[in-house]
Design a protein around this ligand. Structure first.
Ligand SMILES: Nc1nc2c(c(=O)[nH]1)N[C@H]1C(S)=C(S)[C@@H](COP(=O)(O)O)O[C@H]1N2
Ligand SMILES: [Mo]
Length: 372
């Protein structure tokens, strides 16, 4: 096996080490090959892209961010004015709520994401809180609607009568937290067009759908927002006095994912192999990772590579002595958080085609290719 597919060390790289996998060509939906996760910060060129409509082209010279609705002083800021406000840089993991959908059996509709509709990046921008303070958020505003410049007709029923923009609301209590950013940089550079240039929201701890790209309007509202992406899509079923009610997805659920080995990778028997992955939680910290190499019969503790940092993932590793016995083995990783919650055993159907956060089986083959 040694050195079989390796690029020679003295050969200069002519491109970035890995590309993305196409899930949909237009609008652009690309995922990171999750086995390529290495660094704590996901390089921008490896960061997944999830867009419902074609990415709008916005010229910064005409860009305006309007803040209106339930505020005392509605205002509009141009790009320069936004850049001149005090900024903050924060690390946050974004995961698409539909990540790992391909693991659902039977198969469901929607983009067939594997493991890589998630990434951890450094975001720079102005806290939303500062903008809401400047605009004078009214006491009776319950949510803040974030609206992007992209428009189109959504693909999923019920289809609205005409083109709509992408808009999502954030509950007031979250909108005024210091971590919510109106960001203009990702990993120290301007946002790329696919990631929301020139300005996007970053709502750490919430699924990716909350982090509205190409942000042009912030509207404080006095009644819960009932938009398409809030109720119809990115909604789930909760129960109120035993009756199902529709609610908006928000906080990311605890999840741990194995990056290496890959599905059906062949490993040599009786060797040390380092299983590697990442884990994240919504508004709490991941505190433990257990790994099973026998489809959940027994579990052993993995070790964290990164410290616990709210809203960011923690990479972890586990040294596995592969068995002597040739055959197929199923690997699982299961996280526990600071509240004592562990990942559920299976997918909760109340979440429909979203929130796939149970331990995902990675089947590998243990065999010696020389014995074939
Ligand atoms: N304006 C706008 N914002 C959007 C979307 C979109 O289609 N339009 N997609 C959302 C979804 S579902 C996700 S998961 C994240 C993905 O962000 P990324 O493409 O930068 O990874 O953006 C969110 N923000
Ligand atoms: Mo998403």
């Amino acid at each position: 096996m040694e050195g079989s597919n390796k690029q020679s060390v003295d050969e200069p790289r002519q491109s970035s080490p890995a590309g993305l996998i196409i899930r949909q060509k237009e609008p652009t939906n690309l995922e990171m090959p999750f086995d390529k996760v290495d660094s704590y910060i996901t390089p921008t060129e490896l960061f997944y892209i999830r867009s419902h409509f074609p990415a709008p082209r916005i010229d910064v010279t005409d860009y305006q961010l309007r803040i209106k609705g339930a505020v005392r002083n509605p205002l509009a800021l141009n790009y320069q004015e936004l850049r001149e406000m005090p900024s903050e840089t924060r690390t946050a993991t974004l995961e698409c709520a539909g990540n790992s959908r391909v693991f659902l059996v039977p198969q469901v509709r929607g983009a067939q994401w594997e493991l890589g509709a998630v990434g951890n990046a450094e975001w720079t921008g102005v806290p939303l809180r500062a903008l809401l303070e400047r605009a004078g958020l009214e006491d009776d505003a319950c949510e803040v609607v974030l609206e992007g410049a992209d428009r189109g007709t959504p693909a999923e029923e019920p289809i609205p009568p005409g083109p709509i923009s992408y808009a999502r609301s954030v509950p007031r209590e979250k909108a005024i937290q210091p971590e919510v950013l109106i960001a203009y940089q990702m990993n120290g550079r301007h946002l790329s067009r696919d990631h929301g240039y020139p300005v996007r929201a970053i709502v750490p701890g919430h699924y990716g759908m909350a982090s509205v790209k190409w942000l042009t309007r912030i509207q404080a509202v006095r009644e819960p927002f009932q938009g398409y992406w809030q109720t119809s899509d990115y909604g789930y079923w909760d129960y109120l006095d035993g009756k199902p009610v529709r609610r908006a997805l928000a906080e990311m659920k605890l999840k741990s994912v194995i990056a290496r080995p890959r599905v059906y990778e062949t490993l040599l028997p009786n060797r040390s192999y380092t299983v590697f992955g990442a884990a994240w939680a919504g508004e709490t910290d991941v505190t433990e990772i257990a790994v099973s190499t026998d489809d959940g019969q027994t579990w052993a503790e993995a070790h964290f590579i990164d410290p616990a940092r709210r809203h960011a993932w923690r990479r972890w590793k586990f040294d596995w002595l592969t068995p002597n016995q040739r055959g197929q083995y199923t690997l699982l990783a299961r996280a526990k958080d600071a509240n004592g919650t562990v990942q559920p055993d299976g997918h909760d159907p109340n979440f429909g085609t979203y929130v796939i956060n149970h331990p995902l089986p990675i089947e590998v083959l243990v065999e010696d290719p020389s014995e074939r």
